[in-house]
Ligand binder design. Sequence first.
Ligand code: NOJ
Length: 474
Amino acid sequence: MKFLNIPKTLRFATATGAYQVEGAWNVSDKGVSMWDNVIHSKPENVVDRTTADVACDSYHQYKRDVEMLVELGVEYYRFSIAWSRLLPTGFSNIISEDGSNYYNNLINELIKNNIKPMVTLHHWDLPYVFEKMGGWTNEAVIDYFEEYARVVFELYGDRVKEWITFNEPQVLCLFDVFAVDSGFASETLVSGVSDYLCLHHSIKAHARVYHLYNNTFKPTQKGKLGTAPYTVWGESVSDSEEDIANAEKLMQFFVGWYTHPIYSDEGDYPPIVRKVIDENSARQGFKVSRLPRFTPEEVKYIRGTFDFMGFNFYTAVVPNTDRLDPKKAPSFENDLGFSMLQKDEWELSLITWLRVYPQGFRKITNWMVKQYGNHEIYILENGFATKRGLNDDNRIKYYTEYLTSLLEAIDDGCNITLYTAWTLMDNFEWTLGYLNPMGFYEVDFDSPNKTRVPRKSAKFYRQLIETRKLKVAD
Ligand code: NOJ
């Protein structure tokens, strides 16, 4: 055994999302979110036919959650606010007293225990009222998101100093492509059209809220604001030029699509994404590209709207050797031009898409730096699904290997200052229900208080943070 030193500059966090843990879906005046709606109207979409109506019941058990964060010794807790809990109508005309008290209490409890809150404004649970209006394909939602954000900054900005606008908006906009979430939450999905529109507006909404914070709140509140893109490492199947180009294309489609307009110096969509979708649209007879355009003013307004370069990272994929015909039907996948697969030799977690590829961490981080510059980097999610049970050695192995790779990226010169492990406790994994536990704490979903018990990995994380050393094999 040997030990790797963890640089003092790296801080540790763990995370959850409101819909996955809070429960209390209709307590007090809470409004309905698009996930509440779909789960109740299409129960068959969740593999184990469970709901998040109660989930971990964090709405009532938040003090226990904070106790667990103290046990882990993390410096930050990343959680999200349920828009429809704070603003029951979705609009800022009514602020729920119970909803606002809940987040007040949680934030105060965290601060009392020396844990810094890091708040995500939108972790996929759009108020249903907006879903009915077309979700993020409707540009008007940007204004309502800004108004929601304003309420949040006014209520909590005195104590919250780290903000994240969107969690993995690419996934939110692409539920059809991610097989696990097939056609799930959105009722407004027109493949190859609405996905691009949805992300276009998410990017604009992100920038709007960045400027709102920057101009109106930051001067006094002095916090930082960024976003949490979905990322995946696109590994080339061979050294051939074509395969390498396809792996890069995959990165630009899945990652650059969202990050290039915001993180890159030149702004706007990645040139290859622009070119491919424009060409495919023209060949399909569209008079206007299916990928919307930013005006030059918008490009400027959007680029650079981040105080840290955040991203989530779990796994890798390789471009398949098939070639999809873009003329067949407009879709994100046909625009990408090939399907994707994962190598059998990469260990599989309990989640079908989550195979272990630790080297990807170093690679993606260096890729981000190369693409966008050596900004301060926040890793906002990274984690693993195992079977139920407290002896989660394979989770410890995952974290050890990924963190080793992360430390290598730091050695390479990448300025990573925050690492967030997903997740504090087992919770509702969207369409996969409760079948794929990812938590440091196991939750007894049958018990009245949703009892939480630490796994072996909780001890691992605590020791890592306490000793600032990562134990690795020789
Ligand atoms: C992505 C999402 O942000 C989170 O909600 C989800 O539970 C994890 N990654 C694991 O799939």
